[in-house]
Design a protein around this ligand. Structure first.
Ligand code: ZN
Length: 84
């Protein structure tokens, strides 16, 4: 097992989820199932190259960075001087 979460495109954004990926599906969720995301939404999973180009969900991004112990986005933005 790598990380305790899986990235999943759903409802036009890339979210991360701690739901169990069905074993038949490898490392990705199959399309058209309901997935609970780290930002507390329930989205319908999508697959394919276009779906992976959707914008990354900010909340999920921050949660996953927390889980794996990466620097918070706000910290990076402060350093490079971006204010959003
Ligand atoms: Zn999200």
């Amino acid at each position: 097992m790598s990380h305790p979460f899986t990235w999943v495109p759903g409802d036009r954004a890339r979210h991360a989820s701690q739901d169990q990926v069905p074993s038949f599906s490898g490392n990705e969720f199959p399309p058209d199932i309901t997935v609970t995301t780290l930002c507390g939404q329930r989205v319908t999973s999508a697959t394919g190259d276009l779906a992976w180009l959707w914008k990354t969900c900010r909340t999920c991004d921050e949660r996953t960075r927390e889980i794996v112990g990466l620097e918070p986005l706000a910290e990076i933005e402060r350093r490079i001087g971006t204010n959003s």
